[in-house]
Ligand binder design. Structure first.
Ligand SMILES: [Zn+2]
Length: 82
């Protein structure tokens, strides 16, 4: 799949228009930006379709850099300390 490159097109000249559209990638109707790609599907999936336990498992893997201790700690622990 190749996209025609429009050299005069400035993606920052105007905000992207979001439209509710049927998506043939994930078979759902969700917000899609003009320049949308699979990110739209992923965002939609995570917001609406992802089971809670999957989401929890994914978020538990996220680590945050703790400046004080200079180490990576789990996001969950990072926020429970505060
Ligand atoms: Zn989709």
């Amino acid at each position: 799949m190749s996209k025609k490159v429009d050299l005069d097109y400035n993606p920052f000249s105007e905000p992207p228009k979001a439209v509710m559209e049927y998506c043939n990638v994930c078979n759902a109707e969700h917000l899609q930006y003009e320049d949308g790609d699979l990110m739209d599907c992923i965002i939609y999936h995570r917001l609406h379709k992802e089971p809670k336990d999957v989401k929890k498992a994914r978020e538990e893997k996220i680590e945050i850099w703790d400046i004080k201790t200079k180490s990576w700690i789990k996001k969950k622990e990072f926020y429970s300390v505060k």
